[in-house]
Design a protein around this ligand. Structure first.
Ligand SMILES: Nc1ncnc2c1ncn2[C@@H]1O[C@H](COP(=O)(O)OP(=O)(O)OP(=O)(O)O)[C@@H](O)[C@H]1O
Length: 252
């Protein structure tokens, strides 16, 4: 997709290798401010690697990434980018409550005393309410259901107040109600000017979720409207088969 407004994320010809494995191979994309972009691709197509590269957690072998016009690590240090990782990357036994986790989203903005101020507590309250987790705020994070865990980490991203939010499969294993709650919050964040990049295997929900979508297979095969990305000829390019044919009920 061509860029018209303010560019929030620019990935330019990025290649990432893990030893012999080429996870990204000349990937390029530009995301404008205030859009929700769905990231679609088969297992191992490089989606998590793309997130980690945009976050500055993985360094590209070649190519460049800019986030709000700055290198990823500088953007991360200034707390202008938030990341909701895959559930497998989180230690659920860690002895912290839901509200503690959401408060970690405020850490970049706390003063040197690290003591939350009223505005930080208000941001946490608001984020918990937005994902309908207020009643669970004192519960240890591991004692939540899968969908509640996802919502807790989405709340952390919301509390962070970032201008860019990356979410790696927030809909994996959640029910339709939780999916709708998260989708509504992402849409409302985008309306407030936040740029959202979200990976999903739920192709049926893509048009409701996203303004635009990217089909990834180590590189960006298609970056267009969800409707265009979901055309059978495009899905076949990314998946080898049309996953909507294989899974008429939903997930690819
Ligand atoms: N730390 C790592 N070390 C070695 N290889 C890795 C590592 N992380 C990912 N890979 C490999 O890089 C490729 C891309 O992986 P990545 O996790 O980015 O894909 P993905 O699209 O997020 O997959 P999924 O949909 O299964 O989560 C895969 O072949 C994977 O096996």
């Amino acid at each position: 997709m061509t860029s018209t407004g303010c560019d929030a994320i620019v990935v330019d010809d990025v290649t990432v290798r893990y030893g012999d494995v080429v996870a990204l191979d000349g990937a390029s994309l530009t995301l404008r401010q205030g859009t929700v972009c769905g990231l679609v691709g088969m297992n191992g197509s490089g989606k998590s690697t793309l997130f980690k590269t945009i976050m500055g957690l993985v360094r590209p072998d070649s190519g460049t990434v800019t986030v709000n016009g700055r290198p990823p690590r500088a953007a991360r240090r200034s707390a202008s980018i938030g990341y909701v990782p895959q559930s497998e990357d989180i230690d659920w036994q860690f002895p912290v409550s839901v509200e503690d986790v959401v408060m970690t989203g405020r850490y970049g903005q706390l003063g040197f005393t690290r003591r939350p101020r009223q505005q930080d507590r208000d941001a946490v309250d608001d984020a918990l309410a937005r994902v309908e987790l207020t009643d669970y705020r004192h519960r240890q994070i591991g004692r939540l259901s899968g969908g509640q865990r996802k919502r807790a980490f989405v709340a952390r991203g919301i509390a962070q107040g970032t201008s860019i939010l990356l979410l790696d499969e927030p809909f994996a294993g959640v029910d339709k109600r939780t999916e709708a709650t998260i989708t509504a919050q992402l849409r409302s964040l985008a309306a407030e000017g936040v740029t959202v990049l979200v990976s999903t295997h739920d192709l049926h929900a893509l048009p409701t979720l996203a303004d635009e979508a990217i089909l990834l297979m180590r590189k960006v095969l298609v970056h267009d409207t969800p409707e265009t990305v979901l055309k059978p000829e495009n899905l076949v390019r990314a998946f080898g088969v049309d996953p909507l044919d294989l899974a008429p009920g939903g997930a690819a």
